[in-house]
Design a protein around this ligand. Structure first.
Ligand code: ADP
Ligand code: MG
Length: 321
């Protein structure tokens, strides 16, 4: 199968690749054309996933398709953007029909659940890697940036943390667990659900937000630095699933939440007056700390004393010049 036939068969023909709201022209021309309503801004984010670095070479292609798009869509959620579409740059060692079929199905499923249309891309031969660029829209000036946290705000997260990190030894085949337990954690690793609706609900309410990809500590550090404040996390308030605690024990479960990464839940700062209305509306938010004067991130024990911070989240090029 040639390049053009491959694109047409697996991508252009997918339900998620059909033109629709916000997409005036999709796959097939030199550029896609997006319609941005007057008074709105375009939100854009790119992520690359490389085999052997971000996922095992032999990863299930359906799950990989789902996860690749979820990870990118999560950045739109973190800005409070309404999804429009995405491009896919795919580098493949070979055009294997079964692999492409399953990958395109996973991608399509996540695209449809996120309301994202596939609007273009590129297809090349080489070591397996994926680069996805997502596009969303926002009323001008309403994006949830990292820089608006204020002293006195509450620090909140969008649900249980650490499950994906707790699943990693299962993904890598380093640990076995009974099926029900493994399933609960692996689902959070392979099919994280980008919190798009929550992000949009936080527009005009949260003062700062991001999606947690490198562990709560590292990511809260980004908000603290951008906002010129300190973020306090109360360890006892960390929301942890029972599956995570059962498989790893409380101390390791907390470590997964604090430094593990791959959660793709939102972390955000909220003026205290905004909390009750959001809770009453049923949004899955958990208060884990607060914003105080100072800098950096502080971890507090049950007595409210500062604890030593565990090692930081994963960083590419760590230690290199
Ligand atoms: P060009 O040479 O103009 O860059 P290509 O041959 O790379 O065009 O792609 C042809 C069309 O198919 C373009 O609209 C491009 O966006 C789209 N496309 C290529 N690869 C993919 C892919 N993996 N997924 C979705 N669309 C793709
Ligand atoms: Mg091209």
């Amino acid at each position: 199968m040639g390049e053009f036939e491959l694109i047409r068969h697996y991508f252009a023909a997918a339900p998620c690749a059909q033109a629709g709201e916000g997409v005036a022209l999709g796959i097939g021309d030199d550029c896609a054309l997006l319609d941005i309503p007057a008074g709105e801004q375009l939100a854009v984010s790119t992520d690359s996933l490389v085999a052997g670095v971000h996922f095992p070479e032999a990863a299930d292609p359906f799950l990989l398709g789902q996860r690749a798009l979820a990870v990118s869509a999560s950045d739109l959620a973190a800005m409070g953007a309404t999804p429009i579409g995405f491009t896919l740059a795919l580098t493949l060692p070979a055009a294997r029909a079964d692999w492409l079929q399953a990958f395109a199905r996973g991608l399509n499923q996540m695209a449809q659940s996120c309301g994202l249309r596939l609007i273009g891309g590129d297809t090349t031969r080489g070591p397996l890697s994926l680069t996805l660029t997502v596009f969303g829209r926002l009323p001008r000036g309403q994006a949830l940036t990292r820089s608006g946290a204020r002293v006195g705000d509450l620090l909140c997260v969008g649900g249980e943390l650490g499950d994906a990190a707790g699943a990693l030894p299962l993904v890598l085949g380093q640990l076995q667990a009974e099926p029900a337990l493994a399933e609960a954690l692996l689902t959070r690793y392979w099919s994280p659900q980008p919190q798009l609706a929550l992000g949009q609900a936080l527009r005009g309410r949260a003062t700062a937000a991001l999606d947690i990809s490198d562990g709560l500590l590292a990511d809260c550090g980004h908000i603290a630095a951008a906002s010129g404040v300190a973020l306090q996390i109360e360890q006892a308030r960390l929301p942890l699933s029972s599956a995570l605690k059962t498989l790893h024990g409380l101390d390791s479960a907390r470590l997964c939440a604090l430094s593990g990464g791959d959660d793709y839940r939102l972390a955000f700062t909220l003026p205290p007056g905004e909390l009750s209305a959001l809770q009453a509306a049923g949004w899955p938010l958990v208060v884990v700390g607060q914003v105080v004067a100072g800098q950096g991130v502080q971890l507090l024990n049950e007595q409210g004393q500062c604890m030593a911070l565990p090692v930081a989240g994963y960083q590419h090029f760590e230690g290199s010049a």
